[in-house]
Design a protein around this ligand. Structure first.
Ligand SMILES: [Zn+2]
Length: 199
């Protein structure tokens, strides 16, 4: 689970949790020479460009894929056992691997983190924040089988009714946004539970 960034909230990011950004990237990944900012066109913001081979290192967000599994009027939440947001609740998800589709990553991460096999029930939403290095793609999910199983990234798995969702203890802004969307857009077998949302 690596929904791993959060702007300006007290519990994150963990000090040892680092990201590539124009401020932190230093060397060309292709030849190892130093990168330096350079405007590729007049008036445009500078890109990090290799001083050795001219490779332009465009900074782009990473893609995270997640699911909100839904069964018998309850949605599945996981409690994080790792930083950032250790002890907070979210839904299964993680980085899309190189060479993997977003949908396949959503299925894989759900299986790895919960032990469940699910079918994707449609795109719930795409969540991004100007100051965050990740784009989070979230799908509704229908449980096909499997047994709830913890992994090193979470220490609790819980089926919750919409009224039981711990809104004050959710891990990330995207967690809250996706869960609100899930509970207020009742299609594909999802709930009609807008009244369970916080004001
Ligand atoms: Zn280079």
């Amino acid at each position: 689970m690596v929904l791993d960034w959060l702007p300006s909230m007290p519990d994150a990011p963990h000090p040892t949790h680092r990201h590539i950004s124009p401020q932190t990237i230093r060397f060309c990944p292709l030849c190892g020479a130093v990168l330096a900012p350079r405007a590729m066109e007049a008036g445009k913001r500078p890109e990090m460009v290799c001083t050795g081979c001219e490779f332009v290192y465009y900074m782009m967000q990473k893609v995270v894929a997640g699911t909100i599994p839904w069964r018998d009027g309850r949605l599945l939440l996981t409690r994080r056992a790792i930083e950032p947001s250790l002890g907070k609740w979210t839904f299964p998800g993680g980085y899309v691997d190189w060479g993997e589709t977003v949908e396949a990553a959503a299925l894989r991460e759900t299986s790895e983190e919960t032990g469940l096999t699910v079918a994707l029930g449609g795109l719930l939403g795409v969540y991004s924040y100007a100051s965050s290095p990740v784009v989070i793609v979230v799908y509704r999910a229908r449980v096909l089988g499997g047994t709830l199983t913890l992994c090193h990234e979470n220490d609790r798995l819980e089926w919750m009714t919409p009224a039981e969702v711990p809104w004050d203890e959710l891990a990330f802004p995207s967690t809250m946004a996706a869960m609100r969307d899930f509970l207020t857009r009742p299609d594909d077998g999802g709930p009609a539970a807008g009244s369970a949302l916080p004001a």
